[in-house]
Design a protein around this ligand. Structure first.
Ligand code: C2E
Ligand code: MG
Ligand code: MG
Ligand code: MG
Length: 295
C-alpha cells in the first residue's frame, strides 16, 4: 500500500513518502465517507436515547438522542469516528436533518404508545457546521410539524464552536429556535473556547457540564472546583444545568447536593434503543409512583 501511494505521488510529479499508517488513515476516511453517504440515503442510521434524570426527584425528564451506525460488515461504528467525517464532508447536513426528524418522531411514537402526551423532552445535537451551512431553524420547524410534537419538548444541544465562528449568524439561528419554543443547551461546556459574553447575549437555557470535569470530581479537587464554578455561573445567569458522565451513585448524590438540576450517565442508563427507552420510562414511572404512594 505504501508503495502504491509512493508511485501515485511520483506520477503526479511530486515525491511524497507516506508512512503506511497514514495511507490507511486516508483510505479508511475515504471509505467511511462514501459508506456514510450510502448509509444516510438508505436510512441505515438509528438513534439511541440516553435518559436525563432530575437529580432532586429522581424522575426521568427526557432523553438525549445520539446517532448510531450499525455497518453491515464492520459492526457498530462510533459517533466519535463518523461525526467528524460527516462534519468535514458536509454530510452532517443531511445527517442532522434526519436526526432532528427521527428524534421528534420517536417522541410522538412514545406518546402514541402511552395514549397521552408524556412529560418528556428529547435533545438533539446540532453541529457547528449545520449552524454555518444549513437553515437549522427551518429544519427544527420541519421536524416539529412532521411529528406534531410541541417545540417546548425539544432541546437543541450546541457546542461553543457553533457560536464562535459567526456569532451574528448563531444569534439569528438561536432566536429562530427560541421562536419555536425549543430550549437551547450548551453541550460539553468548559471544553471549548468559551467567550462568556455569549452566555449573557444568547438565549441559552441549559449548561451541560462536560464529563471530563464530572467523572473525576470526587477524587480531583480541581475538577470539583470547576463543576462548582459552572453551577454557580448557571445559577447567577438563571440557567439550568445538566451533568454528563454520572457514573456512580456517589456522583449523583454529590451533584444533587451541589444543586445540579439534571444528570446523565451510565449510573442511570447507557443510551438505549427506541423501544428500550420507552420501557425504561415506564419502569421508572411505575417505581416513582409506587414510592410516592408508599411515602
Ligand atoms: P455528546 O453530545 O456530549 O453526548 C454524550 C456522549 O457521552 C455520548 O457518546 C454518550 O454515550 C456518552 N456518555 C453518556 N454517559 C456517559 C458516562 O457515564 N460515561 C462515559 N464515559 N460516557 C458517557 P456517543 O453516543 O458516543 O456520542 C459522542 C458524541 O458524538 C456526542 O457527544 C455528540 O457530540 C456526537 N453526536 C452523537 N450523535 C450526534 C448527532 O446526531 N449529531 C451531531 N451533530 N453530533 C452527534
Ligand atoms: Mg450532546
Ligand atoms: Mg455532551
Ligand atoms: Mg461530551
Amino acid at each position: 500500500n505504501a508503495q502504491f501511494a509512493l508511485k501515485r505521488a511520483k506520477q503526479s510529479g511530486r515525491l511524497e513518502i507516506y508512512q503506511p499508517g497514514e495511507v490507511n488513515i486516508v483510505r479508511r476516511r475515504f471509505s467511511v465517507e462514501t459508506e456514510l453517504r450510502r448509509a444516510i440515503e438508505a436510512e441505515q442510521l438509528s438513534l439511541a436515547f440516553q435518559p436525563l434524570i432530575d437529580l432532586q426527584s429522581g424522575r426521568l425528564t427526557g432523553f438525549e438522542a445520539l446517532a448510531r451506525w450499525q455497518h453491515e460488515h464492520r459492526g457498530a461504528i462510533s459517533p466519535a469516528e463518523f461525526i467528524p467525517v460527516a462534519e468535514e464532508s458536509g454530510l452532517i447536513v443531511p445527517l442532522g436533518r434526519w436526526a432532528a426528524g427521527a428524534a421528534a418522531t420517536a417522541l410522538a411514537t412514545w406518546d402514541r404508545a402511552a395514549g397521552r402526551e408524556l412529560p418528556l423532552s428529547v435533545s438533539v445535537n446540532v453541529s457547528a457546521i449545520q449552524i454555518a451551512r444549513d437553515d437549522v431553524g427551518g429544519v427544527i420547524e420541519q421536524a416539529l410539524s412532521a411529528s406534531g410534537i410541541d417545540g417546548s419538548r425539544l432541546t437543541i444541544e450546541l457546542t461553543e464552536s457553533a457560536i464562535i465562528n459567526d456569532p451574528q449568524r448563531a444569534g439569528r439561528v438561536l432566536a429562530a429556535i427560541k421562536d419555536l419554543r425549543a430550549r437551547i443547551a450548551m453541550d460539553d461546556f468548559g471544553t471549548g473556547y468559551s467567550n462568556l459574553a455569549y452566555l449573557q447575549k444568547l438565549p441559552i437555557d441549559i449548561l451541560k457540564i462536560d464529563r471530563t470535569f464530572v467523572a473525576p470530581m470526587l477524587r480531583d479537587r480541581d475538577s470539583l472546583a470547576i463543576v462548582r464554578a459552572v453551577l454557580s455561573l448557571a445559577d447567577a445567569l438563571g440557567m439550568s444545568t445538566t451533568a454528563e458522565g454520572v457514573e456512580s451513585p456517589e456522583l449523583a448524590q454529590t451533584l444533587a447536593a451541589l444543586g445540579c438540576a439534571t444528570g446523565q450517565g451510565y449510573h442511570f442508563a447507557k443510551p438505549l434503543g427506541q423501544d428500550a427507552a420507552f420501557a425504561y420510562w415506564m419502569a421508572r414511572e411505575a417505581s416513582a409512583t409506587a414510592s410516592s404512594a408508599s411515602a
